[in-house]
Design a protein around this ligand. Sequence first.
Ligand code: CAA
Length: 379
Amino acid sequence: MTTKLTQEQNLIAEAARDFAQNYLDTDILDRDKKELFPSHWVKQMAELGFMGMMVSPAYEGSGMDTLSYVMAMEEISKVDASTAVIMSVNNSLVCWGLEKYGNENQKNTFLRELASGRKLGAFCLSEPEAGSDAAHLKTRALDKGAYFELTGTKNWITNGSTADLYLVMAQTDPALGHKGISCFIVEKGMEGFEIGPKEDKLGIRSSDTHSLLFNQVKVPKENLVGGLGFGFKFAMETINGGRIGIAAQALGIAQGAYEHSLAYSKERKTFGKPISEHQAIQFKLAKIKTDIEAARTLVYKAARLKDAHQSFDVASAMAKYYASKVAMEVTVEAVQIHGGNGYVRAYHVERMMRDAKITQIYEGTSEIQLLVIARSLLN
Ligand code: CAA
């Protein structure tokens, strides 16, 4: 596997960097404080082709590889991890799954809308009593002949109130356990489908996270994705790729915190010289830089394996586990380097520290990543 980046990959990263620094950066402090969803920027990301990056142009996607997507995610997350997760869910959890497992009709009807960014998607697996233990979800889909009837509750759904289309995992045959779970496309506005309360979160506050309520929602038969009983496999396969996106988000948060810290250390003076001239700060910067480089190697490796159509589930678990750990550690150190200023909003790093935490939780906690890795060693 080559480790060289292509000209196209570098150009995509540059476009994402320009967009993040010239636009997202202008209002992220305000959006974070007031929990404002960035509808205006999501629209602009759609114009840039960032909402369906890996989808074939045949379905109005940008036809790029996973590594390009990762590099764009990293640049956007450097500035604004909230907007990054909106993009990540649409790209790697919703579009990818539909392109891989949807039928032609579903791709033409739904994937085109999502990949072009005309519509936004959400991925609904977690429930109040089924987070890490996803196989024990309770949302039920009853076969009513002409349609399926969905009843249940989903929790912590990214793009919860802002999405138009929802991929919902529901149990169609409890006797079969995880092999009885199926995946359905639910559209906003279907009778019985209600958006539940918005979560008041520690971080990624400009993204929109809700619970969702399904009360006897009639879902057309043609909205079943990948066949009856394929839902758990669908979710796991999709999340394998999603974890690379979240690893890239973590990497970007860490890189952003590092860049803020490096610049700050050259400006801020103590004891008559810039703090960058104190060895205590130099060692922190050196460690941060090394940890980020190590994380980037794992994240890019996972993306390259996926692009090469090789097995990448363990690589993506390693990338997410490690990059999210680095993001947490680096942002804590970034606040420390900034001292008192690190604790106030205007300097960004306190937000980055709050944003970093979720990367150790969603799309599989760090403990779930270790479980996936450990199982691969012992099988
Ligand atoms: N890739 C592909 N297949 C997988 C898989 C993976 N990573 N993990 C499990 N499977 C398959 C197994 O091969 C098995 O298939 P068969 O039945 O054909 O043999 C099946 O799934 C069941 O596997 P297990 O027996 O291992 O199931 P388990 O219940 O013991 O454990 C788990 C499964 C790995 C713990 C899984 O439940 C898991 O990953 N949990 C975490 C859930 C998660 O990541 N949630 C995130 C929600 S999405 C989100 O956060 C989105 C957002 O909005 C940002």
